[in-house]
Structure formats: C-alpha cells, structure tokens
Design a protein around this ligand. Structure first.
Ligand SMILES: Cc1cc2nc3c(=O)[nH]c(=O)nc-3n(C[C@H](O)[C@H](O)[C@H](O)COP(=O)(O)OP(=O)(O)OC[C@H]3O[C@@H](n4cnc5c(N)ncnc54)[C@H](O)[C@@H]3O)c2cc1C
Length: 317
C-alpha cells in the first residue's frame, strides 16, 4: 500500500519507524533482531535510510595518500525488499541526490519498481565530510525537488531516454523532509517552508519532519505550513535520547534545540541507564501530546536502538 493510503485510512495515530542499514560486513540478522520486537506494534511502514559514500585517505608511504570512497552502510534497496517480504509491511527506501547521477537514480527506481516497492522518501543528502558545502554529481540533482520532479515524470511514463517506446509508468508515493526548526542552510524558517511548498506542489504527498524535542516547534511549523497552503500530512519524527553525549551531539549534527528542562534532566543523570529513562519519558509525554493534536503517525528514529522505542510504544499503543 502507499504511505499516503495508510495515513488517509488510519482511524488513530500510527506507529512507524526509521532504521539504518547495518554497517558493511554485518549481517541482516542484526536488523531483524532489532525489528522483531517492534513488529508487535504493527507499524504499517518502515523507512530505511540511505548513506552515501565517504572519502578516506590511506597512507601508502613515501608521502603518498590514496583517496578512497567507502560506503559504510550499503544495502538500502535489498533491506527494503527483505523487510517487506519477511514482515509483510511496506518499506520506504530513502533516495538521495548526493552521489547519484540522474541515470543511476532512474535505475535504482526501476529496481524498486521491480521489487514491488512503491514508496520513496526523496531527500538531498548532506555534504560529505571532506566537502564544506553539498555538491551534486555533474549529472545529478542539486535539490530534493529535482528528485521529486524525476519521480513524478517516471510516474507519467517519462524516462530519461525520451525515445523509449511504451515505457511503463511507475507508481511511487513520494515523501519529503521538513524541518520544524528550519534546515540549517536556510536563512529563515519561512524561506525553508516556501521551498517545502514547492516540493509538495511538484508532487510530494506527505512530509516527515526532522526530530524535535519541543512540540511547540512542531505545532508552529504545521500552522505556518497550513497558512501558506501546504495541505499534505506532516508526520512528526521523534528520537528518544539514550546517552548523555547526545545532549550536545544532536544539536550539532541535526541543528535542533534541546529544551532546557530536558537538557538539565540529562545532565543530572549519573549514568546512561538513567539518561535512557529520561529520554523515554520525555518521548512518551511528547507523543501523548502529539496524539492529542491528531498527528497522522509517530515516526521514531530508532538509530540501532530498539529497546527505548519499544518502551515508548508499549506506553502508547
Ligand atoms: C525525515 C528525514 C530523513 C532523512 N533521511 C536521510 C537519509 O536517508 N540519508 C541522508 O543522507 N540524509 C537524510 N536526511 C538528511 C537530509 O539529507 C539533509 O537534511 C539535507 O541537508 C537536506 O535534505 P532535503 O531533502 O531537506 O533538501 P532540500 O529540500 O533540497 O533543501 C536543502 C536546502 O536548500 C534549500 N532549498 C531547497 N530548494 C532550493 C532552491 N531551489 N534554491 C535555493 N534553496 C533551496 C532548502 O530551504 C534547504 O535549506 C534526512 C532528513 C530528514 C528530515
């Protein structure tokens, strides 16, 4: 089923999750072990992130450095197919601009279509660590909206090769990313929301937000989106804090604020078991309020840690 159908048909708030592919060399069993307990809460869909390559420099002696591209977490498409078949849930592969030419994107979408996967979350991706700013491939896309346009064209049967005869239209449901605390490159929130609107006007059917810890940010964001005419579902992304270091690490990596009440509680904790408990309780309170607001789904960034998400889901569903 399409994600938008799950959202439109739901009578109550849904439970959904995002997972990361295992590190290269690890088995898929680690993912299944992660997902097995969470399946108790019947997530209608599972997102699988995409990780582009990073560059590492190998010392080859005599002052020579060899630059090598390494993909640490490959396998998004295969994982989506494996999860879909094992658990009979819909899977949403993330597709990014970075590192892909348009042709490679098209081929990935063809693979997904053949695998009977008809949902995608389209995002730009971040700059790789050695680059300051995001750079697209010469024949790739610069912004997520360009990906949206490519998928919409494929849904109309228009592939890159215009001479292709009788090309089958694909039928992808398209999700995109949104940022209640604005994307870090945008000069202000309204600038960012206007570009979100363009993604929606181009064919995105729903939005998933970056994690946030202050629901008011999400409520304000949804109101601003509605005011400028974004009418699609906006799914809140939630992440339970599990270790003390995340108090400073999450704001640095994801450009989000941690409310003072939460960061004070985390700082008071003597060990990470206590931090996990604080994180779980905060997420439960956040979730209850969001459910009262009527959010379409609570989307948890499990980030390799199923147990806190299990505790939260047990308290809610
Ligand atoms: C739910 C979610 C899932 C994610 N999953 C992944 C993942 O699997 N893999 C991964 O690598 N990253 C992932 N990310 C991170 C994401 O790739 C980064 O946040 C990235 O920096 C921006 O992606 P975007 O799709 O929001 O970009 P865009 O929508 O392209 O926006 C990027 C920036 O450019 C601005 N902008 C947009 N269009 C234009 C334009 N035409 N002209 C000028 N400015 C413009 C926007 O305001 C914004 O500041 C995810 C993020 C979220 C919220």
């Amino acid at each position: 089923m399409k994600i938008i159908e799950h959202l439109n048909n739901a009578k109550n708030t849904l439970f959904s999750i995002e997972i990361l592919p295992p590190l290269k060399g690890q088995s898929i069993q680690s993912l299944f072990d992660h997902l097995d307990p969470l399946m108790e809460f019947n997530p209608p869909f599972v997102d699988v992130t995409y990780h582009r390559e990073e560059y590492v420099y190998k010392d080859r002696g005599h002052g020579l450095l060899e630059k090598r591209a390494i993909k640490k977490r490959p396998g998004t498409v295969g994982i989506c197919s494996a999860i879909k078949n094992k658990y009979n849930v819909d899977t949403v592969p993330h597709i990014i601009c970075g590192g892909f030419t348009r042709e490679e994107t098209e081929n990935a979408l063809i693979d997904l279509n053949f695998l009977d996967i008809h949902n995608v979350l389209l995002i730009r991706g971040d700059a790789i660590k050695s680059e300051g700013d995001f750079k697209s491939e010469e024949l790739g896309h610069r912004f997520a909206i360009d990906l949206v346009e490519q998928v919409v064209k494929m849904n109309q049967g228009k592939y890159l090769d215009e001479e292709l005869l009788n090309a089958n239209p694909t039928d992808f449901c398209i999700g995109v990313a949104g940022y209640p605390e604005k994307h870090f490159e945008a000069p202000n929130l309204m600038f960012d929301i206007q570009y979100l609107k363009r993604k929606v006007d181009s064919g995105a059917q729903y939005v998933v937000t970056q994690m946030f810890f202050d629901n008011q940010r999400y409520f304000d964001y949804v109101n601003k989106c509605r005011e400028i005419g974004i009418e699609v579902p906006i799914i809140p992304g939630l992440k339970p804090i599990t270790i003390k270091r995340q108090n400073t690490m999450l704001p640095r990596i994801f450009h989000i604020d941690i409310p003072q009440a939460l960061s004070d509680e985390i700082e008071k904790c003597k060990d990470n078991d206590q931090v996990k408990q604080v994180g779980v309780e905060w997420a439960i309170q956040q979730s209850k309020e969001l459910m009262e607001f009527g959010v379409p789904s609570l989307h948890f960034y499990s980030m390799g840690k199923a147990e806190p998400v299990y505790q939260i889901a047990s308290a809610l569903f």
